[in-house]
Design a protein around this ligand. Structure first.
Ligand code: GLA
Length: 379
């Protein structure tokens, strides 16, 4: 696998002159590798997390992106199950948010503006007239600082980023901390923290594109999905919620019992048409704050299963409708229509303009704290 070779080459570079090449899977603690150099001369690094069950993820501090995630199938065969690229340069120009930490605001804010404490806040418009995923240069495109003291090599990676007052139009300097942990329960846990010196809004999420059959094998339409939600937030043509919380019952949005993604994606339905497939936010049952299983994804040929746990009130299920084969990813593979899907835990889109949605306002002295985990099993 080309990416593996690139990574191993990086390892060897770092270890040259120390103890030789450390790419052996059975060797002890993984060592960070240089992924590439940004225009300003700073290096982006690759960090490997691995557990005793041989699950392995590689994360770069550029955009806090999950570059690869190897998990076993029901026969114990490891495969990479997330879409991405081989090089840093491809991540720098990426428009799909592969594997990214998304902020300050995951998802859309209508007309790229909102009112906070009586003042109008104008954001960068990067999705027609709307604001999407933090703007022109969101958290997916910045180099995060690695907090080495708070990271456990091979097991967890603590990333920090200080977003300056006014960045992409948002008020307040915010200090963000995200910790990725790969634990022995086969969970990739993501803990998000933020604090602000002025009232602002924050809604952080993670944007891996999963394909549990393995990257580049087939589309995701045969995956079976369950979302523990009785309602969703219908959208207008620009994918901005109308404000309604609509029952999923009798609609293609009903995933309260596991259903094949392809079963209803082609139905004539206004919401499916607006999304070009699934690109909607579900109102998760059980409110927010308690970490609970909110979704499960099963791929029948490999038996791989992924559960999503979160403290968040919402989940965006995006079925990769904008992938069209023009993006070349790992090993030069084309990423065709719907060959990856995202399950983005979050507060609802456009919450800053919807006072009846759970609030995304963060005030000085408050702590933003959410947790999401992707748990891997087989069936
Ligand atoms: C999100 C959005 C989609 C699309 C992707 C990135 O999931 O909801 O509409 O913008 O990100 O391509």
């Amino acid at each position: 696998m080309k990416l593996r070779r690139v990574l191993l080459a990086g390892w060897c570079l770092i270890l040259a002159g120390l103890s030789g090449c450390g790419g052996d899977k059975n060797s002890s603690t993984p060592v960070p590798a240089i992924f590439g150099t940004l225009d300003d001369g700073r290096s982006a690094m690759l960090y490997t997390l691995r557990n005793k069950n041989e699950l392995e993820t590689i994360i770069t501090n550029f955009g806090g992106r999950v570059v690869s995630m190897h998990v076993p199938d029901r026969k114990g065969m490891l495969d990479d199950i997330v879409l991405g690229y081989d090089s840093l340069q491809q991540y720098e120009t990426d428009r799909s948010y592969f594997g990214a930490l998304v902020g300050r605001y995951g998802n859309r804010i209508g007309k790229a503006m909102f009112t906070l404490d009586g003042s109008v806040v104008t954001l960068a418009a990067n999705d027609g007239a709307n604001h999407l995923h933090g703007g022109l240069k969101g958290f997916d495109k910045v180099l995060w600082t690695v907090d080495e003291a708070a990271s456990v090599p091979g097991r967890s990676l603590a990333l920090t980023y200080q977003s300056p007052d006014g960045e992409e139009g948002y008020p307040g300097t915010i200090s963000v901390r995200v910790v990725y942990t790969l634990n022995e329960e086969n969970e990739l846990v993501i803990e998000y923290d933020a604090q602000s010196d002025k009232p602002t809004v924050v809604n952080l999420t993670h944007h891996s594109y999963f394909n549990l059959a393995g990257v580049g094998v087939r589309d995701v339409l045969d995956h079976e999905l369950m979302i523990a939600a009785d309602r969703f937030t219908p959208v207008d043509e620009g994918l901005i919620p109308t404000g309604e919380l609509r029952s999923v019952e009798g609609t293609p949005m009903d995933f309260s019992l596991p259903a094949r993604i392809g079963a209803r994606i082609g139905l004539e339905d206004e919401q499916i048409r607006f999304g070009g497939g699934y690109d909607h936010n579900w109102v998760l049952n059980g409110g927010s704050d308690s970490l609970r299983v909110v979704a499960s994804l099963f791929e029948p040929t490999t038996g791989r299963m992924m559960e999503v746990l979160t403290t968040e009130p919402g989940l965006q299920f995006y079925s990769g409708n904008f992938l069209d084969g023009t993006t070349r990813g790992k090993s030069g593979r084309q990423y065709h229509f719907r060959t990856g899907l995202c399950l983005e835990t979050q507060h609802f889109p456009d919450s800053p303009n919807k006072s009846h949605f759970p609030s995304t306002v963060l005030r000085p002295g408050e702590r933003y704290h959410t947790t999401t985990a992707y748990r891997f099993t087989v069936r």
